[in-house]
Design a protein around this ligand. Structure first.
Ligand SMILES: Nc1ncnc2c1ncn2[C@@H]1O[C@H](COP(=O)(O)OP(=O)(O)OP(=O)(O)O)[C@@H](O)[C@H]1O
Ligand SMILES: [Mg+2]
Length: 519
């Protein structure tokens, strides 16, 4: 067990900005926080690590006034406080950027920031807000145009708006719950600059992430949680990946996968000269063609926003094909519904999990059979067979390690990573012929990431054609047999993974076409 290290030399004389003492919180069937101690000092980035469902978000929701602890105390700058609502938290100088953003999409940046600000609209007319926004963005390097509408912004820009929103309300402590899982590597680097700037100004930052490299890079101290308890707190300089992973998971974690050589069969998914539009009516895909064979993983690399989302949606039957064809097992599927495509044996792991992957209010077990409830064994002569559903759910929960108090718990109450496991369990059960996986390990802890990657490899070995869309180049290099690089709706090249170099892929991601393009 690792103890709390000695106080940091800087700001040591000041009381901690935040001190959570002996916090306990239980939900029906789970002890989410079990006598947790945690502190943040001024000028410190304190990372919070832990497996999916370890209790990180719960602890932060308590600090932000969204939940009341069952017991324990909260001290802000040395003073004991009661935080009954986010309003209390904001008044105490605490800001939070949630795991899933809470912006109002049709509104402008300035309107979103002004929303809920004390005394609006009288106290803070849009002009004043816009002015203040510009000041803050320059000071912290948070660049966004106050006049733009939120739906037009990339994930990284939306996040900057969330941070600005907290800063304009006077946040001294900023909670970031998995801020980088939706960011490109470039956006992450930008965010880190902002965080370092905030740190210099004496802010305290709580940084939740599953990416160990990142945590080691940005954090001053790291606290690891497992099953509701704090396992230990250590200085980032004294930590390393293997130690952290072991503390989180309670066992050794392998960072290298064993991958067999690829043995591709016939093409199970074929895309010919595909044209698709974006939400804004612009061309998102401009005539792309490729094929994925059974027993093969085709990785699609590229910076977010270059047509990946539209590609995945078109393949899953969720977006109209304007021109060209999609063939699944030789059948043209243009214009077919998502369910018809799923019935052909296509698994879809969507990018926006909460919006597209689950029905939040339905129990876990029903979410596990969504899209399949009309088929045997779950349905027989029009009747749902509850025993079969229960049996299946039990097995899936076990096999995919979904942490849930019961199969009847509404899916929205699961932790972020466990929602992801639920979707994977549903989509990958029943031997799909084609697997379309968009960012399958986003938000998963190290153990689960390892497990999911192995599952995808197993699907491939069992003969599925896997299309893997990811911004994580390391993930693509490790899993894919061939790599297609997408840029502004076109494929820059397709390279066998064994021959691919990071430099070449990087150049193509920036828009350089490969000379030899394969189909
Ligand atoms: N409102 C709630 N009602 C019931 N159970 C909840 C609620 N919120 C969280 N839980 C449960 O508490 C546990 C801790 O969840 P929490 O969201 O804090 O985990 P986490 O560490 O943030 O995980 P992840 O990395 O997956 O986001 C989980 O088992 C979760 O299902
Ligand atoms: Mg969480």
């Amino acid at each position: 067990m690792l103890g709390v290290p000695k106080e940091r030399p800087t700001h040591a004389e000041q009381p901690p900005l935040v001190l959570l003492r002996d916090i306990t919180k239980s939900f029906p069937g789970v002890l989410a926080n079990d006598h947790v101690n945690f502190e943040v000092r001024p000028g410190e980035i304190h990372a919070l690590l832990g497996e999916n469902g370890a209790g990180k978000t719960t602890l932060m929701n308590i600090l932000y006034g969204l939940y009341r602890p069952d017991s324990g105390e909260i001290y802000i700058r040395g003073e004991k406080v009661q935080i009954r609502s986010p309003r209390d938290a904001i008044q105490l100088g605490i800001g939070m950027v949630h795991q899933h953003f809470k912006l109002v999409l049709p509104h402008t940046v300035a309107e979103n920031v002004a929303l809920g600000l004390n005394g609006t609209p009288f106290w803070a007319p849009a002009k004043v807000v816009a002015q203040k926004l510009r000041e803050l963005s320059t000071r912290y390097g948070l660049h966004v145009d106050p006049e733009r509408r939120v739906w037009e912004l990339s994930a990284g820009e939306q996040q900057r708006v969330e941070i600005l929103k907290a800063l304009i309300r006077g946040a001294e402590v900023l909670i970031l719950d998995e801020p980088t899982s939706v960011l490109t590597p470039q956006e992450t680097a930008e965010l880190f600059k902002v965080l370092r700037r905030m740190k210099e100004e004496g802010h305290g930052i709580i940084f939740i992430s599953h990416k160990l490299d990142e945590v080691l890079e940005i954090a001053d101290r790291i606290t690891v949680m497992r099953r509701g308890k704090v396992v230990g707190t250590l200085l980032a300089q004294e930590a390393d990946k293997a130690t952290l992973a072991r503390m989180m998971v309670g066992r050794e974690v392998v960072f290298r996968l064993s991958k067999t050589t690829c043995n591709p069969g016939e093409a199970a998914l074929r895309v010919e000269d595909l044209y698709v539009r974006s939400d804004r009516g612009l061309w998102a895909l401009k005539g792309i063609s490729f094929a994925v064979c059974r027993g093969e993983i085709l990785g699609v690399a590229g910076i977010a926003g270059n047509g990946q989302r539209e590609l995945v949606e078109a393949l899953a039957g969720l977006r109209r094909v304007e021109r060209g064809r999609i063939l699944i097992l030789g059948k043209e599927v243009n214009g077919r519904s998502a369910r018809a495509i799923s019935d052909l044996g296509v698994a879809h792991i969507p990018e926006e999990r909460i919006r597209m992957g689950i029905v939040p209010g339905l129990p876990v077990e029903e979410n596990l059979i969504l899209k399949k409830h009309h088929r045997p064994p779950f349905c027989w002569r029009g009747f749902l067979r509850f025993l079969a559903i229960r049996e299946f759910a039990k097995r899936a929960i076990e096999e995919y390690g979904i942490i849930t108090p019961s199969p009847k718990t509404p899916a929205k109450l699961l932790s972020g990573g466990n929602i992801q496991r639920l979707i994977l369990a549903r989509e990958l059960s029943g031997r799909p012929a084609v697997v379309i996986a968009a960012h399958p390990t986003y938000g998963l802890d190290v153990g689960a990431t390892e497990q999911i990657r192995q599952i995808l490899l197993r699907q491939r070995d069992e003969g599925a054609a896997v299309l893997l869309v990811s911004e994580d180049l390391e993930e693509i290099m490790e899993l894919a047999d061939r790599i297609a690089v997408i840029f502004r709706g076109e494929i820059m090249g397709i390279v066998p993974a064994a021959e691919a170099t990071l430099e070449e892929i990087g150049l193509m991601m920036a828009g350089e076409k490969r000379v030899k393009v394969e189909g």
